[in-house]
Design a protein around this ligand. Structure first.
Ligand SMILES: *Cc1c(COP(=O)(O)O)cnc(C)c1O
Length: 361
């Protein structure tokens, strides 16, 4: 596939070539049935195997058991989870760590269902750091945290201690890009289009005991986690195509050596770019003030002027490097280096950064 660009889009984002090839084949002929993955019943035994395997593989990657945790696949994006979480689990009060635009949106939905305590916020400095102290409520129904702030380039390396309060996490942009203490979370959700698959499907991992003990009853059927857990994601037609591609991506993660190997490669890729930034601090200005907060998935920096930033993006594009423009709400440059982004692409970007520095400093 010589036509593959160096893809740094933040999402929808790069997928492994082997996954694209398997998907292409299944679009024409799925499981040798003479029908496309786009043309088959979600209740066929062949698709049932796809969804079961995706659930099992996700649990295996995390080292969790199906007895303790359910994995479900739903539509509506991570943004629907912002509302479903409080609808199902906010009885009185919830704590939110407000560390970016997505975290802010999550807290906004929760306010419709109960009291929201901002346990910490980094809004005062346009989210360019992660708070180091928190005011958790001991009686909160849950604490919500966004592990990786896709737009601002910060990522929690260790998660604050929330005691016995249930922990709920939006991991959309670093799910399976780094290892986490999976068993600490009562609920994890991730829109697939950053690091797991195509747009249209969201993966949710939920502790069965938490669901049994704490979920509210008076919730519309489709918005109830219990509906999808009991129905094994087949209460209604799930995002069949998205689940298929996500399932292939999970197999790819395992083939690559699991999360140890994946995270090590992501660390290496991040270091390549941060080394250039740190060597040229007057030209490449990292936006995250505390280096220990820097994301290994989404790396953000500025150049001395917006004009130079536009030039950087345009020249990079001529060299087949796409998706480097920062989010519209912050500007600057953002390099998203998800699991499927090869080391070679990151090396090409680092080389270009040095050339651009020499020509424009
Ligand atoms: C992209 C993103 C979202 C929004 O995802 P949608 O699927 O578009 O709703 C939410 N949270 C984080 C951390 C994200 O990166």
């Amino acid at each position: 596939m010589s036509t593959r660009a160096h893809n740094f889009y933040a999402g929808p984002a790069i997928l492994p070539v082997s996954v694209l090839e398997e998907t292409r084949d299944a679009v024409m002929n799925f499981a040798n049935l003479g029908v496309s993955i786009l043309e088959i019943s979600h209740r066929s035994k062949e698709f049932d195997a796809v969804i079961q395997e995706a659930e099992n593989d996700a649990l295996a990657i995390m080292g969790l058991s199906a007895q303790d945790c359910a994995v479900i696949f739903v539509g509506g994006g991570a943004s629907l989870q912002f509302a479903m979480i409080p609808m199902n689990f906010l009885h009185t009060k919830a704590d939110y760590l407000v560390t970016g635009e997505w975290a802010t949106k999550a807290a906004k939905e929760a306010k419709m269902f109960g009291a929201v305590n901002e346990a910490a916020s980094s809004k005062d400095k346009n989210f360019n750091y992660l708070p180091k102290s928190y005011k958790f409520s001991p009686d909160a129904d849950y604490v919500h945290i966004t592990t990786n702030n896709t737009i601002y380039g910060t990522e929690w390396k260790s998660i604050p201690d929330v005691g016995s309060v249930p922990l709920i996490s939006d991991m959309s942009s670093d799910m399976f890009g780094v290892k986490r203490e999976w068993s600490r979370y009562s609920l994890i959700y991730a829109g697939a289009q950053k690091n797991l698959g195509p747009a249209g499907v969201t993966m949710i991992v939920i502790k069965r005991a938490y669901l049994e003990a704490k979920a509210k009853e008076q919730v519309p059927t489709m918005l109830k986690y219990k509906t999808h857990v009991d129905g094994k994601s087949l209460y209604n037609t799930p995002p069949v195509f998205g689940v298929f591609v996500l399932g292939k991506t999970l197999k790819w993660i395992q083939k690559e050596g699991g999360l140890d190997a994946i995270e090590a490669r992501n660390q290496k890729k991040a270091r390549i770019i941060y080394d250039v930034i740190d060597a040229r601090p007057d030209f490449y200005k990292g936006t995250v003030t505390d280096k220990s907060d820097r994301s290994i998935m989404n790396l953000t920096w500025n150049l001395p002027s917006p004009e130079l930033e536009d030039k950087f993006v345009a020249e990079a594009k001529k060299k087949q490097m796409v998706g480097l423009k920062g989010h519209r709400s912050v500007g600057g440059i953002r390099s998203s280096q998800y699991n499927a982004c090869p080391v070679e692409s990151v090396e090409a970007l680092a080389k270009f950064m040095e050339e651009f520095y020499a020509a424009n400093k």
